[in-house]
Design a protein around this ligand. Structure first.
Ligand code: ADP
Length: 284
């Protein structure tokens, strides 16, 4: 079979809900099926004397609608686990199931499709294209997905509005504050309506006020839009916005606790700089 046919088949598989491609008994048990399940996941970098076990057998279930903060010392395996869950890397051993589908058995192409269809990413450094408007940055994932220009325009404008940036569509990153740039990055991550948002230290480059605003926005996306969020953070204050806090130590899950009182979000979450400037922005 040609690789083109393989990739066509992958496209068909990924175009339908993943649960439709799992076995009958898994469908019957759908309620209990976690969105993400890691079982005995290991990751080895290098080999021989240089071998390093970054993950030593991680078990975790993440259900749809959860907001999980991932903490732990530097080098404990947080990014490695996020990269595996984000289909950016593969485990050396163990199982990774996404809605019951064995991700570790997928081809590179299939993993890329899963990533584009179901996962959104937010990084510490925003990772926006510098000389490109907010609107065009947010349209990018839709371009990869083959959306028409009209749809790209409409969906990106809607995503920017949902992060409080209506009126800022034509600004480039240099014309935006750090908090606003992270909002653009979040709009870019949610414009494809992913099931899971993976955020790697999303407030790491922001002052405390902007950090709180970004956390309120993430909480709102979780609570009001049902997006499952996994967020790596070093900051205990930011972790307290999550409903569950897991801690990695030395390549293993050390603690996994429910946060009974996540930080409450305010009803109107339009940050001061955005509200003031949007009032004066020319949107013509
Ligand atoms: P954390 O995100 O908790 O800081 P990482 O997952 O980045 O931890 O790293 C876990 C361990 O794996 C560390 O010892 C790190 O040096 C090592 N590591 C991470 N990525 C690589 C890589 N690409 N090659 C070799 N070692 C790596």
């Amino acid at each position: 079979m040609s690789s083109e046919m393989n990739s066509d088949r992958a496209a068909t598989t990924m175009a339908v809900p993943v649960s439709a491609s799992v076995t009958e008994d898994k469908i019957a048990d759908d309620d209990a099926l976690p969105l993400i399940r890691l079982r005995g996941v290991t990751k080895q970098y290098g080999s021989g004397q240089a071998a390093l076990m970054a993950l030593k057998g991680v078990d975790i279930d993440i259900h749809a609608g959860e907001f999980v903060a991932i903490m732990g010392p530097s080098g404990s395996g947080k990014s490695t686990a996020m990269n595996i869950i984000g289909c950016l890397d593969t485990p050396s051993g163990g199982e990774y199931l996404f809605q019951g589908m064995h991700v570790e058995a997928l081809t590179r192409d299939q993993r890329a499709r899963l990533r584009r269809r179901y996962l959104g990413f937010v990084f510490q450094g925003f990772n926006l294209l510098a000389r490109t408007s907010a609107q065009e940055n947010v349209e990018l994932p839709l371009l990869y997905r083959g959306e028409s220009p009209a749809n790209r325009h409409r969906l990106a404008a809607k995503a920017l509005a949902s992060v409080g940036l209506a009126g800022w569509e034509h600004h480039t990153p240099a014309e935006l504050s750090g908090g606003q740039q992270q909002r653009v990055a979040i709009a870019r991550a949610i414009v494809t309506e992913p099931a899971v948002l993976l955020a790697d230290e999303p407030t790491g480059n922001l002052d405390s006020q902007r950090s709180r605003e970004i956390m309120e926005l993430l909480s709102r996306l979780n609570q009001e839009h049902g997006i499952t969020i996994m967020m790596v953070t070093h900051e205990p204050d930011m972790a307290l916005y999550a409903k569950r806090i897991v801690r990695f130590v030395d390549g293993l899950l050390d603690t996994d606790t429910i946060n009974p009182h996540p930080v409450a979000i305010s009803p109107a979450d339009i940050p001061a700089d955005t509200a003031a400037a949007a009032g004066g922005a020319t949107c013509s």
